[in-house]
Ligand binder design. Structure first.
Ligand code: KIV
Length: 270
């Protein structure tokens, strides 16, 4: 008998997410494998198979070299583990450079995984890509503000929305993306005033990360929030448990017991 009671008991769809704006904050976390996706099943409305897996899973420096093959492989794993959350596949850098390229790659995501949507980074300069995808029945989650895939062209990870002119640009980006058909927008690394202005300007939900408390939902990377990623901790990350410490303690106990021939005791022996 399971002692765990899931908080969500029906499959989350695009219409579930649309109806949550202004009613109840949306929870989203990243996952890259079936085991963690299963832990998150019934607990959060959305799971993002983020290209952050390039750091959190593969140990690379940034997200840039993630490939469509990797995203598909990890999304398949996540879909095997999670039955209820909406699963979103993050389109990696270079896979949506034109409407044709984007439709080809996103169609592959739909054909080879059970993801319900894809995410692409970019504001109004990427609206034509969003339009092409949605016209081909592919649901799109937008992503504006700090966009990790454009790290090199933007000259680093820069917090956005510090000046009114930039807030206006971000609001215009969000409105244009909504018109192009996104069902929700991730707003990353912006000042809270900017996130609030964006959230008020659009009728689709905004999902914040490092964007304060006024967005319609929040997303965090699982390895950050559970204390497994130790290279650095951005200011916006709250660690809800210390995963790395727990694993180290468990490992140390295992090592000591093996060395002392305490494990396996008769309890763990056939
Ligand atoms: O790749 C990712 O995990 C993301 C989130 C930070 C939104 O894009």
């Amino acid at each position: 008998m399971s002692i765990h009671t899931p908080k969500i008991d029906k499959k989350v769809t695009l219409s579930t997410i649309a109806k949550m704006k202004g009613v109840e904050p949306i929870t989203m976390v990243t996952a890259y494998d079936a085991l963690f996706a299963k832990l998150f099943d019934g607990e959060v409305e959305m799971i993002l198979v983020g290209d952050s897996l390039n750091m959190s899973f593969l140990g690379k420096e940034d997200t840039l070299s993630a490939t469509m093959d990797q995203m598909i492989y990890h999304t398949q794993a996540v879909c095997n583990g999670a039955t209820l959350p909406m699963v979103v596949l993050d389109m990696p850098f270079g896979t949506y450079t034109s409407p044709e390229v984007a439709v080809k790659n996103a169609t592959r995501a739909y054909l080879e995984t059970a993801a319900q949507a894809v995410k692409i980074e970019g504001g109004k300069e990427r609206a034509h890509i969003v339009e092409a995808l949605t016209q081909n029945s592919i649901a799109v989650l937008g992503h504006i503000g700090l966009m990790p895939q454009f790290l090199r062209s933007d000259g680093g990870y820069k917090i956005r929305g510090k000046a009114q002119a930039d807030i206006d640009t971000l609001v215009e980006d969000a409105i244009t993306l909504e018109k192009a058909g996104v069902f929700a927008i991730v707003v990353e690394g912006v000042k809270p005033e900017a996130a609030e202005a964006i959230t008020k300007a659009v009728s689709v939900p905004t999902i914040g990360i490092g964007a304060g408390n006024s967005t319609d939902g929040q997303v965090l990377v699982w390895s950050d929030m559970f204390g497994f990623f130790e290279d650095f901790k951005p200011k916006f990350v709250k660690q809800y448990c210390n995963g790395a410490k727990e694993v180290r303690e468990g490992l140390e106990q295992y090592r000591n017991e093996v060395k002392a021939r305490q494990f396996p005791s008769s309890e763990y022996t056939y």
